[in-house]
Design a protein. Structure first.
Length: 134
């Protein structure tokens, strides 16, 4: 934690760090991260490069739950950001989740990537950083 973050009761979390995802599955999920000490999070996602089929999209989503072992259907969706093939890069999205928002922030958060067409030739390079406020 930086001195500035300590004085404000905040901390920076790296949710995903410039990962390249090239999959034949339609949806890929990140590992759950415990965010229980925060009242809310400000999340910035940057998609820096993409290789998608023509007219395809990839959607970055965030989900929250109180139990990391729940089936995906039981995780609440917090936000989604679709990036189309050929979009100008980096595509940046910022969201605030938690206190005062429509979907309350659970104990855990995780990201997912959903490809509109599931082929092994597709990939996304992205970074997701959150600032948590206690």
């Amino acid at each position: 934690r930086t001195a500035d973050a300590q004085t404000r009761g905040s901390d920076v979390l790296v949710l995903a760090e410039k990962q390249i995802i090239a999959r034949s599955e339609a949806t890929v999920y990140g590992e759950p991260i415990d965010v229980s000490r925060f009242a809310d999070l400000m999340i910035e996602t940057a998609v820096g490069a993409e290789t998608l089929d023509t007219s395809a999209t990839v959607t970055v989503k965030y989900h929250t739950a109180n139990d990391p072992d729940l089936p995906q259907a039981n995780w609440a969706e917090l936000d989604a950001n679709a990036v189309a093939q050929g979009a100008s890069m980096p595509a940046v999205d910022r969201i605030r989740v938690g206190f005062g928002q429509t979907v309350p922030l659970g104990r855990y958060i995780r990201w997912s990537l959903t490809f509109s067409a599931a082929t092994a030739s597709q990939s996304v390079k992205f970074q997701s950083i959150a600032v948590g406020h206690e």
